[in-house]
Structure formats: structure tokens, C-alpha cells
Design a protein around this ligand. Structure first.
Ligand SMILES: *Cc1c(COP(=O)(O)O)cnc(C)c1O
Length: 494
């Protein structure tokens, strides 16, 4: 399988090159030339396999340079019982006959980023070996919370890697901050930036394009790469859980072979729902893809009008991992639906220069045949948390609640009762304050007290990685001004 940039079809890259490089030189996203189809009966065969075996099967179709033995070693290490608190890895929870929830937060950081960030380090170091690259890869991450911790946990003590995470000083939740500053491992560093998430992200982007720094660090044996969801090595492991969830529903007799399901995904950077689209392309019987947004509803508008306009107010919501105005991975969908690098290049140029673009009527029609978009605000999000808890005795986090609300709106608007799979992206314990409010309890005290309050109210256990935070030592207290991030990198790599 070869990989091309969404902005230039002519240059092909191997999978290893795509994973090591992260982003194409022209600014486009490296993407498989085509999406392979699952062989007939594959889903029936996979039905009785473990999550790890399903992962090997799906990933192998995209990574011919990797042997089944290599991928098996990676999958067993990434999705072991040491890392995930259930052997199912990504279990499907039944609410009623037509409604099921795919739980993606059983990993070491309690958010869905683990599904890919536990696998990426193996794919990346395997790729380094194949390319005979002897430098150490330095992973730079700007995070609004979940990605930073997920990447730290994935890359900790992985040989030939070094990881530096920058987070906005006052822009992450208390639990998220504690998760990062107490991170263990010999190759990790964490640094607060005075500013917001955009400042941290611009700083990291600047470092990536700083030629002087690149040369200086190359002399010291380092090169930079990204663990962001623009990296194909992060999208690919996400295809697996859609295949796996369909197999679980088949195995458990919830659906019959070939029966279509709808999938509803809480969406920020469009990485998770893009993986669902690719799974559909592979032949998983997915009918409709429902894209759920919070008040930052740029995707809802786009799917309805064909106009993508980032020039709008940015809201801080109680589902912060979806507070995003530029959904990077959308570019891969545009490429897949148009098959025209020229058309994608034109749209992205308009987005950069004018802050908006309008897709052709043909493309809009194609998108609307596949996707529906809905959004809700914080008040509604909390109401949904309360409703799902009282109706089904099932506790969900605010991101997942946004998805449940989108599914409600879709069902009301269309009357479509197709079996739905709602994707649950974080443990409710990561966002205790909003969840408690949703249950009608005013949150009192700081982040860690709230863990106990939520546990007492619901009788659910606090997930071990969060309960353990209380006894962890703070290792990283460094704070940098946003203009001094490059210097911080120099010092940290000394
Ligand atoms: C990152 C994240 C999302 C958004 O996923 P995308 O792939 O960026 O669309 C949703 N929920 C949670 C909890 C996340 O951490």
C-alpha cells in the first residue's frame, strides 16, 4: 500500500515513511492511495477473534511492509491487560435493542486517544528500523488535555524516542493537569505555556518549521515528528474498533450478518469519525455517519450548507476536547470523495487565505448521502447526562452526551430506527464537575475530591489511573512564555 498527500497525488510514500514523517511536505495529509475492501466473510471470521487479532487483521491490509508477527507483537503489547482494564479492550454496552455504546476509554488515560496512542509508538519505532533511521525521534505535542497525556503514556520509556508536551497553563482541567505533571518515564517532559491552546499549537508549529533548530538538533542526533491525529499511524488503529464493534454485535446476536447500523461520533478534529467512514469504505455495513458537535458547530453548518467557515466565535464548553474550529482530518474526507488533489488544494488555500470555502454541489450531495450533523450546548449536554443515567442507569461523560443528543435529534428528524452505535470517548470520571451537575449535584471541592463524590453518588469505582493520582509526585513545574518554547526545547534536549 502506498501513501499520497491530499494535496499532491504524484509523490508516493511507503507506510513507514508516512508514519515517520507525520505530515506531507506540502502541508497535506498522508493518506492511503485507496481503501482496501474486507474479503467476503471477513466479518464472520473476525467475529470469534480477540480485539488484538482483529487489530492485526485490519492493520495488515494497510501496512504490507510489516509482518503479521510484528503486528501481533505490537497489538499484544498495546492492548494488554496491563494497559486496559478489560480483555474486550473496546467493549460494546447495550442500552436497548436499537442503541449500543462503544466504550473507548478503558485504557491507561481513560480517554479514546489511548486506542491509537498505545499503538503509534510501536508503529513508529518499527518504521524507524525499516527506514534505517538512527536518530532519536522527538515527539512534540501541543495539547488541550487528552492527547498530551495519551502520548506521554504511549511513548514513556520507548527507546529511540523523546517526548515533549506543551499545555496551556490555565486551559486544561485539574485532573488533566495532574495526569500530565506527574507523568513517569525517563524520556518525557511536560511544560505549561502562558497562553491558550492556540498559542501552544502555534508555538509547536513554529518549532516544526524552524530550520536553524532542525539543523542544530540533527547534529545532536534528534529529529521532530508528531503524535497528532494528522499522523496516519493514529488514524489506522481507530479503524479497528469500528470493525470490532460490528463483530461484537454480530457475535452477541444483536444484528444479523450484513445488517446495516448507524454510527454516531462526538467530533473535534474529525479523526474518529473519519475512521468510521474508512471502515464503511472497507465494507463494514454502516449506513449513516452522524457527526456530533458542541457549540463550536462548524461541522454541523458545513454538512448542512457545504460552507466551511472558521471565522466565528470560539466557545469554551464542558466537552473541551471538541472545542476546535479547524478540523484537520476533514481534508482526508474531501480527498476521498473528490479523488482530486487539485480540488482539495484549492479548498485548503481558501481556508488559509480567507478563512472559509464552499464545496461544489456535487461534493455536498455526496457528503449528505453519508453524513448528518447535529450539535447541542452545555446545558443540553448536562441534561442528557442526567437523562441517560436515570433511564438506563448508565453514566456518560459530556463528549458522549453530545453524541447521544445528536442521535436523538437525528431519530426525531428522520424517524430512522436503524440500530445505532454511539461512540463513547471518555470516562465520566475525567469530567466529574459537569457529570455531577448533570446528575443534579452542585460540585464542591477540587478535582480529586470530585472523583470521590461521583463515586459515592453512583456506586461506580474511580478508574485506577485516576484514583492513583493522589499519591503521585509532581515532576514537572516548568512554565514558559509562548515566545520561548523553542528555547525550552533546546534546554530539554541537552
Ligand atoms: C479528542 C477527543 C474527541 C474528538 O475526537 P476527534 O478525533 O478529534 O474528532 C472527542 N472526545 C474526547 C474525549 C476526546 O479526547
Amino acid at each position: 500500500m502506498q501513501y499520497i498527500s491530499t494535496r499532491n497525488k504524484d509523490r508516493q510514500h511507503s507506510a513507514a515513511q508516512a508514519i515517520v514523517q507525520g505530515l506531507a511536505q506540502d502541508g497535506g495529509l498522508l493518506t492511503p492511495v485507496y481503501i482496501p475492501k474486507l474479503p467476503r466473510r471477513a466479518l464472520e471470521d473476525l467475529k470469534n477473534m480477540s480485539y488484538q487479532q482483529r487489530a492485526v487483521y485490519v492493520m495488515k491490509l494497510f501496512l504490507d511492509e510489516f509482518s503479521v508477527k510484528e503486528l501481533t507483537d505490537y497489538a499484544n503489547a498495546a492492548y494488554s491487560l496491563e494497559k486496559f482494564d478489560t480483555p474486550a479492550v473496546a467493549p460494546v454496552h447495550r442500552l436497548d435493542r436499537e442503541t449500543h455504546c462503544l466504550e473507548l476509554w478503558h485504557g491507561p488515560t481513560c480517554a479514546f486517544k489511548d486506542m491509537a496512542l498505545q499503538m503509534l509508538p510501536h508503529l513508529l519505532t518499527g518504521s524507524l528500523t525499516k527506514l534505517e533511521e538512527d536518530k532519536t525521534v522527538c515527539i512534540l505535542v501541543a495539547t488541550s488535555g487528552d492527547t498530551g497525556k495519551g502520548a506521554l503514556e504511549g511513548f514513556r520509556d520507548v527507546s529511540r524516542t523523546r517526548i515533549l508536551v506543551f499545555y496551556p497553563k490555565d486551559g486544561v482541567s485539574q485532573v488533566q493537569q495532574l495526569q500530565m505533571v506527574t507523568q513517569e518515564g525517563g524520556n518525557v517532559s511536560v511544560c505549561a505555556v502562558v497562553g491558550n491552546f492556540d498559542d501552544a499549537q502555534s508555538g509547536v508549529k513554529q518549532i516544526f518549521s524552524d530550520e536553524e533548530l532542525r539543523v542544530e538538533l540533527a547534529k545532536r542526533g534528534y529529529f521532530f515528528s508528531s503524535a497528532n491525529s494528522i499522523n496516519w499511524g493514529r488514524v489506522l488503529p481507530q479503524l479497528v474498533y469500528y470493525v470490532s464493534a460490528y463483530c461484537d454485535l454480530l457475535r452477541d446476536g444483536e444484528i444479523e450478518s450484513g445488517q446495516p447500523i448507524n454510527v454516531c461520533v462526538p467530533t473535534g478534529n474529525f479523526g474518529n469519525i473519519l475512521a468510521a467512514y474508512y471502515a464503511r469504505e472497507m465494507g463494514v455495513p454502516i449506513a449513516r455517519l452522524i457527526c456530533a458537535s458542541n457549540q463550536n458547530n462548524v461541522l454541523t453548518d458545513f454538512l448542512r450548507t457545504g460552507i466551511y467557515n472558521r471565522g466565528r466565535t470560539f466557545y469554551q464548553t464542558c466537552s473541551p476536547s471538541m472545542d476546535i474550529l479547524i478540523s484537520s482530518n476533514l481534508e482526508r474526507l474531501l480527498m476521498s470523495l473528490t479523488q482530486s488533489d487539485q480540488e482539495v488544494r484549492d479548498y485548503m488555500k481558501l481556508l488559509n487565505q480567507q478563512g472559509s470555502y464552499q464545496v461544489s454541489a456535487r461534493l455536498l450531495e455526496k457528503m449528505q448521502r453519508l453524513f448528518s450533523g447535529y450539535y447541542c450546548d452545555d446545558q443540553q449536554t448536562k441534561r442528557v447526562i442526567g437523562r441517560i443515567y436515570s433511564q438506563f442507569d448508565y453514566l456518560i461523560d459530556p463528549h458522549t452526551a453530545v453524541a447521544f443528543d445528536a442521535l436523538d435529534q437525528y431519530r426525531q428528524e428522520t424517524g430512522d430506527t436503524t440500530t445505532a452505535l454511539v461512540v463513547s470517548t471518555a470516562s465520566p470520571f475525567k469530567f466529574c464537575d459537569s457529570v455531577l451537575e448533570g446528575l443534579g449535584i452542585p460540585p464542591r471541592g477540587d478535582g480529586l475530591d470530585l472523583l470521590d463524590a461521583l463515586s459515592e453518588r453512583t456506586g461506580m469505582h474511580v478508574p485506577a489511573p485516576l484514583a492513583g493520582l493522589r499519591d503521585k509526585k509532581v515532576r514537572f513545574e516548568q512554565v514558559v512564555e509562548k515566545d520561548c518554547m523553542a528555547d525550552a526545547v533546546r534546554k530539554l534536549l541537552e
